[in-house]
Design a protein around this ligand. Structure first.
Ligand SMILES: C[S@@+](CC[C@H](N)C(=O)[O-])C[C@H]1O[C@@H](n2cnc3c(N)ncnc32)[C@H](O)[C@@H]1O
Length: 319
């Protein structure tokens, strides 16, 4: 039986939020404290067939074809290993990691890129497509997008922080990503009018769906400040989108101020913005009913995915 591996405390704000959202505390907390380790097999460098012929890692399939839970090494399905906090570090020392065959990434973090419709034309070129990842570092989702588009679609990856951008660059290098241009910039004022067919805004957030530290420290002032940044980023991300394109807005938090309210802000300020139905290979809940966007956004809680919480909205621009 799994036990809670560390003590945790909630700030008064977070406790109040969990009560307000009627969240089952055990179901929320356990998958985060006993965090499972997931990897994405990087099909830019290795086919799934060759990987399983040659790799010594024991992996368990998830609902995404390239996403696996890491169980241990040497083909021993070591249940304990997946519970060890050090397992991500262990993965970082494997040959598969060095060769760029795998990338450690929370399973739920793979869902926002998977929510795009990225089907490339079966033949001919993908010239029409251009992707913007507007808050991209350290590049887990950027490299996933490059993988899903076979390094054939230009991707612009933007982030404000140079230290995080250098991590992004080394990840892209290790993973054999060649389709990404990296740009240091502020997503709140990123001006690239209607250039992109797909925009990912995986915005900075309070991380209440993933961070035990945030449970202890977060107060309403922090949420107000985060939401202010997010409202600006979502408008700038939407303005970069071509008519008919797709914008994914995502966070790894649960506050309505950073999620539904930000999407409502976009709907109220950009009449061409329309929510699209989200299709995901996991179960999830709809948004909170008091918001305009509620019916078409996805609240993914830890108990749905045995991973971090995520919020995802998918939006198009009508011409
Ligand atoms: C949730 S993380 C992105 C994670 C990334 N999408 C991934 O999957 O690896 C949010 C990122 O936004 C960046 N950021 C924060 N404020 C920003 C701003 N005003 N403009 C651009 N990036 C910003 C942070 O440096 C951070 O790297």
């Amino acid at each position: 039986m799994r036990c809670l591996s560390a003590p945790y405390t909630f700030s008064p704000y977070v406790r109040g939020l969990l009560e307000e959202l009627s969240i089952d505390i055990d179901g929320f907390v356990k998958p985060i404290l006993n965090r499972r380790t997931y990897v994405r097999i990087n099909t830019l460098k290795v086919s799934l067939g060759r990987f399983f012929e040659e790799s010594g890692l024991a992996l368990r399939q998830t609902a995404l074809p390239y996403a696996f839970e890491y169980l241990g090494s040497n083909k021993v399905a070591d249940e304990e290993a997946s519970m060890e906090k050090t397992s991500v570090k262990k993965i970082g020392k494997t040959m598969e990691y060095f060769m760029g065959w795998i990338h450690p990434q929370a399973f739920s973090s793979m869902l926002p890129p998977a929510a795009f419709n990225l089907r490339l034309p079966c033949c001919g070129s993908a010239e029409e497509m251009r992707i913007l990842d507007i808050a991209a570092a350290p590049g887990s989702k950027t490299s996933q997008l490059a993988q899903l588009t076979f390094n054939r679609v230009p991707i612009v990856a933007v982030d404000k922080r140079i230290d995080r951008l250098s991590l992004l660059v080394s990840n892209l290098d290790r993973l054999g990503v060649t389709s990404v241009a990296v740009y240091r910039g502020d997503a709140r004022v990123f001006s690239s009018s209607q250039l992109f067919t797909h925009v990912l805004a995986d915005v900075p957030c309070s991380s209440l769906g993933s961070s035990v530290y945030a449970w202890k420290k977060t107060n309403r002032h922090r949420i107000r400040d985060m939401a202010r940044v997010q409202r600006r980023i979502i408008l700038s991300a939407f303005d970069a989108l071509k008519p008919g394109g797709e914008l994914i807005y995502s966070t790894c938090t649960i506050t309505p101020e950073e999620n539904e309210a930000v999407v409502d802000h976009l709907l109220q300020n950009r009449p061409e913005a329309k929510l699209l139905k989200i299709e995901l290979p996991v179960s999830f809940e709809r948004g909170l009913s008091e918001y305009e966007s509620s019916a078409h956004v996805a609240r993914i809680y830890p108990w749905h995915v045995n991973s971090e919480a995520f919020f995802i909205a998918k939006i198009t621009k009508e011409s």
